[in-house]
Every structure is written in C-alpha cells, then in structure tokens.
Design a protein around this ligand. Structure first.
Ligand SMILES: [Zn+2]
Ligand SMILES: [Zn+2]
Length: 393
C-alpha cells in the first residue's frame, strides 16, 4: 500500500497546489468543487454535486457487496487572509488563502478516493464527503439538514486535521470531548445618551457595559465546576461617536463562549443571560441578549477512538500515536457529524525540524502552508481505516 500511495502522490501534489492557488470562502468554493468533480470523473468514481451549494459526496463500492457503509470527510474552504507564505503555489486570489490546510485535507480525500477505486479491497461502500464552509458558516450542519445521512446511510464518519504543533509523522487525538462547542453572544445595551457634563441625566451604556464585562468573568470562576473547561471571552465592545463630550445611547458587546460539555454550555448560556439582564435592569437600561449556538463540541466515540488508535499505530508506528492528547478550546464543524453519528477525528502532524518552515506556523497565520509530506500519511490512514472497518470477510 505504502509504495502505491507514494507513487500516486506524484499526481496528488499538483492537485494540492492548484487548490492552494485558487482558494474561496464559504459556499463559493466553485473552483475546488469543479476540480474535485473533474478528478472523480477522470477516475470513474460516481458522485453527487450541490450538497450545501459547493459540496460533493462521492461513493465507492468495495469488491464485495454489503449493506455496510462509512463516511470520510474533508473540508474544502479557505479564509479571508492575505497570503505571505512565499511558496511558488501561493494564492492567486487576492485576500483569500488556504491558511487552514483544507487544500491538504481535500487532496488527502482525493488521494484516498483514487487508491480505493483502484484497489477496492473492502466490502460495502464508502462515502467521501467534500464539505464547504467549515470556517464559521456551518457547512456540515447544512449538509445534514439537506439529508446527507438519509441519502447516504453510514455507520460511522471519520475526519482529520493537519496540526502544525505536532511533528510530521505523528498522530494525536483523544476519546470523548476533544474540541469545544462555540457560541456567539451579541449583547445590546440600550441606555439614554446625553451631554458628558450632565451624566446624571443619562443612562450610560458604557458604565453598565463595563460592569457586565467584569461580571461575566465570574461565570467560569464561580458557576462552572473547576474540573470542567469553559471560556467566556469578550472580544468586542463598541460604543460612542468619537466625540469625548457625548454619552452614547447604546453599546454593543460581542462574546465568544466555549465549552467541552453540553451541560456546561447550558450553564454558560443561562448565566450570561441572567447577569446581563439583571445588571442592565438595575441601572434602568434595557439589554437584548442574542445567544447563537454555532458549533457542537467535537466528541470522539470511545470505541471508534480505540479503533482509530489501532489504525494510526499501524500507519505511523506505536510510538508516534498519542491517543490521550489534551482537549483544545478551538471548534470544528465536524462536531455536527459526530453529534449524530459515531466516529473519530484525528490530528495529523506536519511540523518540520526547521523552525522557519511555513508548515510550522499555526493555522490561520498568513505564512502558513500545508505540508505535502503529510499527504501520503493521511491517504494511508484513511485507506487503512476503510479496509479494516469494512474488512473483506
Ligand atoms: Zn481554520
Ligand atoms: Zn481547518
């Protein structure tokens, strides 16, 4: 398998570079979608387009017919970043960049498709999910809403992400909650503006907002079990006209809220709403709290995590697999799949010994680039996973 995949990468690396040169963000990934369709057609693989606009689901039948099926997923979208990687295949689209390596994930899934189509050494079928809009616009949820799991029944679903903090050739993940849920809270405080010289005739939304910002800090420290993880980060506080002698009528506060457990998420939502409402009311102001749940926490099924640990060990060696990594409070759209289907999501190392390597910059950095040397590892991991999960009896 290794040598066949290595050889195939001669064809896959140029695809990765072409994807990298032509990035697009949420639901506008037309170039990637066309390229994926072209490659699948070239290799004789059937697929459906227009899932969540630019998404594609391809299906490969194994050598032995069976009702069993699993799904593999890659995200295909890029980010609004001006690229500074200096790579020869840098973005040709100004202000857009594959700074999260989804060009690499797409290429890994394409390489896996090519390998599985050529070898078909499994029973049942595998669905390859090319998902748009991972970076904040809920492409996974949109595909599910459109009936992904009804149209393509599957027992389990698997995904991966490249990880610049982890050495190339290593894999890590954990059973249970691995990445956090993420929610966006918009707080609008409606006071009553006026002259800065007569504050007693106003209801000052800045003073009220400041009290709210400080009070929100007590939720994690005083309402959440210290053993559990939670984040309440105020990231925007907008008020005022630019003039120093006017007290404004309104202030807007944006908060990023994260948790690893659904029960903790519920506590955060309840306490934020209570604190904002009570503080605003006590100052005779009104406050609107718009609490939007964005991504589900990413929770790996323990049994699937154990299975993936075996697969990972067979691909990169037992010493290069850490199946007990620490959770991270970042979020990932793949959590929407794992909230409905069992499965497992892993991190694929890509860090190089040279500290200045573009592969060592963290995701979303303008100097970041996906490491092509991780391609064969990702392809072998996915391919082995399919051959083992859907093993020919
Ligand atoms: Zn990202
Ligand atoms: Zn990403």
């Amino acid at each position: 398998m290794k040598s066949l995949i290595q050889k195939m990468c001669d064809d896959i690396i140029p695809v990765r570079h072409e994807l990298h040169q032509n990035p697009a963000t949420s639901y506008e990934e037309f170039y990637a979608s066309d390229l994926i369709a072209r490659k699948l057609t070239e290799w004789g693989i059937g697929f459906e387009r227009n899932w969540a606009e630019t998404g594609i689901v391809a299906t490969i039948e194994g050598r032995h017919p069976s009702d069993r099926a699993i799904g593999l997923r890659a995200d295909i979208d890029a980010l609004d970043i001006i690229e500074e990687s200096g790579q020869p295949w840098s973005s040709k689209i100004s202000g857009k960049m594959h700074a999260c390596g989804h060009d690499g994930h797409t290429s890994i899934l394409l390489g896996t498709a090519k390998y599985l189509q050529e070898t078909k050494n499994f029973s049942g079928r595998v669905h390859l999910i090319f998902q748009p809009a991972e970076e904040g616009d809920g492409g996974a949820f949109r595909m599910i809403e459109q009936g992904l799991f009804d149209r393509f029944p599957m027992e389990a679903v698997f995904g991966l992400h490249n990880w610049p903090n982890l050495e190339l050739g290593k894999i890590e993940f954990r059973a249970g909650p691995m990445w956090a849920s993420t929610d966006r809270v918009t707080i609008t405080i409606r006071g009553d503006g006026g002259h800065a010289a007569s504050p007693h005739q106003t209801i000052d939304p800045i003073v009220i907002g400041s009290e709210i910002v400080m009070a929100l800090q007590t939720i994690v420290s005083r309402n959440v079990d210290p053993i559990d993880a939670a984040v309440v980060s105020v990231t925007n506080f907008n008020a005022g006209t630019g003039a120093e002698n006017i007290i404004p009528s309104q202030a807007e506060i944006l908060v990023s809220v994260r948790a690893l457990k659904p029960a903790v998420r519920d506590v955060l939502e309840q306490r934020i709403t209570e604190i904002v409402t009570i503080i605003a009311t006590s100052h005779r102001a009104k406050a609107d709290v718009s609490y939007r749940r964005l991504y589900d926490p990413l929770v790996n099924d323990p049994e699937m995590a154990e299975f993936c640990a075996q697969i990972a060990r067979s691909v990169v060696g037992p010493n290069n697999v850490n199946d007990k990594c620490l959770p991270w409070m970042g979020a990932e759209d793949f959590g929407a799949f794992l909230a409905r289907k069992k499965g497992c999501y892993i991190l694929l190392g890509q860090k190089m010994p040279d500290q200045n390597s573009p592969h060592n910059y963290m995701l979303h950095h303008p100097k970041y680039d996906f490491n092509d040397q991780a391609l064969p590892i990702g392809i072998e991991y996915f391919s082995t996973l399919v051959e083992k999960y859907l093993e020919v009896a």
